[in-house]
Ligand binder design. Structure first.
Ligand code: SF4
Length: 414
C-alpha cells in the first residue's frame, strides 16, 4: 500500500533476504509487533510489584515470539486485556522512577526531577521536529520517506555530534504528551511514510513517552486538538502529503513498522521492552574498544554495551542495518575494530560505512563552542582514510557497498 514494496532495490542481494518481516509490515500484509503484543494476555495485575511485572514479561515473551514468527499475512489475533503491550507501558513508567533506560543506570526518580541523571532530563519529552525523511537508507526512505521523529537531548556527549542542535540543547523543540507523539506517528504513516523512525538526539531517554504513545496506536484517531498540537514541529507541513487511512490500515487497526534508530547505549531492561515493540533496528556503532568513546563522547562502557545489544538483536533474529561513521584519524582505533567485530559476530549484517563526517559543535573551529582539545578531529576525513575504511569492509567481506555508496558524499569507492 505504501509503495515501498515495488521498489527496485529489493532485487539487490543485500536486501532480497533479511527484511521480509519489515517489508510485510510496511506493505500492511502483516501486523506490527505492537499489535501482536496486544494479543498476548498477561496474568499479573498491572499494580503488582515491579519484580513481579518483569517476571511476567519474561514468562510471556516466548509466546509473543512464537506468534511473531508464525503470523500469517492477513491474520490478527484479538486483543486481550490486560496484555503485553499494557505491561510494556507500565514497566517503562516504573523504570522512570529509578531511571535505568540506558547503561548509565543513574537510578534517579525522573518523575520528581529533583535530581537529574546523565541525560539531564526529568519526565518531560520534547520533539525537535518530525517529517518525511528523504535521506535515510534506501530501505527506510523508500519513495515517500521515513517517518522520522527527532527527540531532543542525548545520553552521550559526542564532541562532533552531527545533530548537535538537537542533542546538545535539551530545551530544543516543543514538549509533547504521549497523545501528541502518537498523533505524529499516525500522521506520518497516514501520509505514506514507510515506517515510524524514533531517533534524536537519542530516543532511549524518552522511552516512557514512546511506549505510552505506542500503546495508544492500535485504535488511534487524533482529534483536532491533537493535530493542531502536533503541527508545531512538523518540518514539512507545507508539503502536499494527503493523509489516507489505507496507508496505515491493517484489519481496521493502525499499522506501521517501528524503527529504533539509536546509539544502542540502552540498558538490558530497555532492550527487553524494545524487543516486543520494534520491527526493525538501525544501530549506530562508532567507537572501537579503546578510549575513544570516553575521550570524544564522555561515555564509559561503550564497546561492551553496544556489542552486547547488537548480539541480542542478532540472537533474537531481528532485522537491522548497522551504521558506522568514519571519523578522521580513527580508522585504526575505531573503524577497523568495529568492522572486524561485525565480520566476526554477524557477517551477514548490512552495514552503512558513512563518509559524511564533518567537524561540528565542539570540533568546529568556526563555532564559538570550539574546544581546542578536539583539534585532531576538527577536519573532514581524508580521501585515503575513507578509502581505507571501504577497503577494510571489502576485505572483510561485509555487505556494505549497497548502503554505503548510494548516498556517498565523497564519491569514493574501495
Ligand atoms: S535515560 Fe540514561 S542518562 Fe538519562 S537518567 Fe536514565 S539512565 Fe540516566
Amino acid at each position: 500500500m505504501s509503495g515501498l514494496d515495488g521498489l527496485g532495490f529489493w532485487r539487490h542481494p543485500d536486501f532480497r533476504a533479511g527484511f521480509e518481516r519489515y517489508r510485510d509490515v510496511a506493505a500492511n500484509r502483516k501486523p506490527a509487533k505492537f499489535l501482536l503484543a496486544r494479543a498476548i494476555a498477561i496474568d499479573a495485575p498491572l499494580d503488582a510489584s515491579e519484580d513481579a511485572l518483569w517476571r511476567e514479561l519474561e514468562a510471556k515473551t516466548p509466546a509473543f515470539v512464537e506468534l511473531w514468527r508464525g503470523i500469517a499475512p492477513g491474520e490478527l489475533p484479538p486483543p486481550q486485556r490486560p496484555n503485553l503491550l499494557d505491561l510494556c507501558r507500565e514497566l517503562a513508567g516504573r523504570m522512570l522512577a529509578h531511571c535505568d533506560f540506558c547503561r548509565w543506570d543513574c537510578g534517579v526518580d525522573r518523575r520528581r526531577g529533583a535530581k537529574l541523571g546523565a541525560c539531564k532530563l526529568a519526565s518531560g519529552t520534547r520533539v525537535s521536529s518530525y517529517f518525511h525523511h528523504p535521506g535515510e537508507e534506501w530501505i527506510y526512505r523508500g519513495r515517500l520517506g521515513s517517518g522520522t521523529i527527532f527527540f531532543t537531548s542525548c545520553n552521550m556527549r559526542c564532541a562532533f555530534c552531527q545533530n548537535g542542535d538537537i542533542s546538545a540543547d535539551k530545551d530544543n523543540g516543543a514538549p509533547v504528551s504521549a497523545r501528541v507523539l502518537a498523533t505524529m506517528a499516525w500522521r506520518l504513516r497516514a501520509e505514506g511514510c514507510h515506517n515510524v523512525n524514533w531517533v534524536g538526539g537519542e530516543p532511549t531517554i524518552h522511552l516512557h513517552t514512546i511506549v505510552e504513545a505506542i500503546a495508544l496506536l492500535p485504535e488511534f484517531e487524533p482529534d483536532e486538538r491533537d493535530l493542531a498540537a502536533a503541527l508545531a514541529t512538523k518540518a514539512d507541513w507545507r508539503a502536499p502529503y494527503p493523509a489516507a487511512r489505507a496507508h496505515a490500515d491493517y484489519r481496521g487497526c493502525f499499522n506501521a513498522p517501528l524503527l529504533w534508530n539509536s546509539n544502542f547505549f540502552m540498558s538490558a531492561p530497555a532492550m527487553r521492552l524494545l524487543r516486543l515493540l520494534m520491527d526493525i533496528w538501525l544501530p549506530d556503532f562508532k567507537f572501537g574498544p579503546g578510549r575513544c568513546a570516553k575521550e570524544l563522547a564522555r561515555t564509559p562502557w561503550y564497546w561492551d554495551t553496544v556489542t552486547a545489544n547488537l548480539k541480542l538483536i542478532h540472537r533474537w533474529g531481528e532485522e537491522f542495518t548497522i551504521r558506522h561513521l568514519v571519523m578522521p584519524g580513527h580508522v585504526d582505533c575505531c573503524t577497523r575494530p568495529v568492522l572486524q567485530w561485525i565480520a566476526r559476530e554477524m557477517p551477514e549484517a548490512p552495514v552503512n560505512v558513512m563518509d559524511q563526517y564533518r567537524p561540528e559543535n565542539f570540533c568546529d573551529p568556526h563555532d564559538a563552542r570550539y574546544d581546542a582539545r578536539y583539534a585532531p578531529i576538527a577536519r573532514r576525513p581524508r580521501r585515503d582514510e575513507i578509502q581505507a575504511a571501504f577497503r577494510c569492509a571489502r576485505e572483510l567481506g561485509l555487505r556494505f557497498e549497497s548502503l554505503s555508496y548510494e548516498r556517498n558524499t565523497t564519491g569514493l569507492r574501495a
